[in-house]
Design a protein around this ligand. Structure first.
Ligand code: MV4
Length: 451
């Protein structure tokens, strides 16, 4: 096992990795930007090193400074957290060239899953069901021909995109040319790759993702699913497990096929396979995230596993500490993402100083957060402040616990999404477990959204 790990991230996930390291007796070095100088992870880490000014491009995305930080502090490994460089195969390769273990999957798996067309092809070979779709499209002409074959409505997506970036719904043929050319220029700008692809659009679908964990000896386990259909403009807001209404047999089948497909591409570390599930419980592979995800605590609570501990173990060459027979999914867990966005003003991100901070506690209540009174929310990064994760034996009890904990949660100094979450927990569609991916886009006014 490693003696010292560089944490190349910030906020709540830096704290999360730091905590796993500390419990395992692993030394921690936090790489931080000038904007995060006074952050909690910097205060709690064993050692700290500034890797640049506030803007991510000059700090958390600046590979030379991060590698130098690890070398200067004698770190054997780097944990990238999520976001930033966590799915950057070039960074993972440079770590390897510098004899530093990248705590995550092999670069080849990142490359393959990072290209959404390659990912679809690989996962289809791995036996996963797919929506009708196309190869990469480079011209409007290719697009029009493919669209005619697939039929409308369809989803136009960026081959180098993912997570909703560069995604567009095209309802009718007459829209296609314009949407394709607009998307192509935006995608070229955003990803330096103008590859697009088309999939048959699946309306009234649920976003159900399967957590997998693999070591570097060919062992792998699936750790249940998470329903992430409560999304606003492709930003997840609430995640829960089990996915309401998913038949047990389907849950088992999705897990078994997800882990088989992951092992078939030589996957290692934690990973998440995203599916769309339609009203008849048909499921289709969408994409694979080759990193630890924000919502991992939902799975940790149901399985009792520490996923960061498992990542550190497999990265140091140890076998999985569990077999599939050891995995027992208990109760119901729900995560609420508390962000510095104002739900009454179109979720506009806000900065400010935390004037009061009283996180909830009590039975079945976990708060992952880097906040403290006096903390100044920096403008450079995403707006996640805290994750509230509640667990209870049943969904109804978890919802009641979520309501209680959210009402207890005091954050003053910036607006937050707490009021939005409380409204969701009063919404009949949510309470019935019938939220689909387009709920907030089409019926957001039911929960006070004006978008
Ligand atoms: C789709 C889809 C419906 N049909 N693809 C969203 C981001 C990325 N995970 C892929 N996503 C979707 N892909 C097809 N062919 C629905 C989603 C989707 C979604 C779309 C719009 C608004 C919110 C959404 C939430 C989850 C999934």
């Amino acid at each position: 096992m490693f003696k010292k790990v560089l944490i190349a991230n910030r906020g709540e996930i830096a704290l999360r990795v730091l905590r796993a390291c500390r419990e395992m007796g692993i030394g921690t070095v936090i790489a931080y930007s000038e904007a995060d100088r006074d952050s909690l992870p910097v205060q709690l880490a064993d050692e700290r090193i500034c890797i640049g000014p506030g803007p991510s491009s000059k700090s958390y995305l600046h590979i030379p400074n991060i590698i130098s930080a690890a070398v200067l502090h004698g770190c054997e490994a780097i944990h990238p957290g999520y976001g930033f460089l966590s799915e950057n195969p070039t960074f993972a390769e440079i770590c390897k060239d510098c004899d530093i273990t990248f705590i995550g999957p092999p670069p080849a798996a990142m490359v393959q899953m990072g290209d959404k067309v390659q990912a679809r092809e690989a996962m289809q070979r791995g036996g996963l069901p797919m929506l009708p779709g196309t190869d990469v499209l480079r011209s409007v002409g290719d697009g029009v021909a493919a669209a005619a074959r697939i039929g409308f409505p369809l989803m136009l997506k960026a081959a180098a995109g993912g997570g909703g970036r560069g995604i567009r719904l095209v309802r009718r043929a007459e829209e296609f040319d314009h949407v394709f050319t607009t998307a192509q220029s935006e995608v070229r700008e955003a990803f330096h790759d103008d590859g697009l692809y088309v999939e048959k659009y699946l309306g009234r679908a649920k976003h159900v993702e399967v957590q997998v964990l693999c070591d570097n000896k060919g062992n792998g386990v699936h750790l249940g699913e998470r329903n992430c259909s409560v999304q606003r403009r492709h930003q997840k807001l609430i995640e829960e497990s089990p996915s309401p209404g998913l038949p047990a047999a389907l849950r088992r089948e999705m897990g078994e096929r997800a882990i088989a497909a992951a092992l078939a591409i030589g996957y290692q570390s934690v990973g998440t396979l995203e599916f769309l599930v339609d009203e008849d419980n048909n499921y289709y592979f969408m994409e694979m995230n080759t990193r630890l995800q924000v919502e991992h605590p939902v799975t940790e609570w149901r399985t009792g596993l520490d996923l960061v501990r498992e990542q550190l173990r497999v990265a140091s060459g140890e076998p999985l500490s569990v077999t599939q027979a050891d995995i027992h999914l208990n109760g119901h867990a729900i995560e609420f993402r508390i962000t510095a966005e104002d739900p009454d003003f179109d979720f506009r991100p806000q900065t400010g100083v935390i004037e009061r901070y009283l996180p909830p506690s009590g039975p079945g209540t976990r708060v992952d957060s880097h906040l403290y009174v006096g903390y100044e929310v920096p403008p450079h990064y995403d707006s996640l402040l805290s994750k509230l994760i509640v667990w209870a034996p049943t969904r109804e009890e978890a919802i009641a616990r979520g309501r209680r904990a959210l009402n207890e949660f005091v954050i003053e100094g910036v607006p937050t999404t707490i009021p939005f979450h409380l409204r969701m927990l009063e919404n009949e569609t949510f309470l019935r477990g019938e939220i689909y991916t387009n709920f907030l886009a089409e019926r957001g006014e039911e929960v006070g959204l004006n978008s």
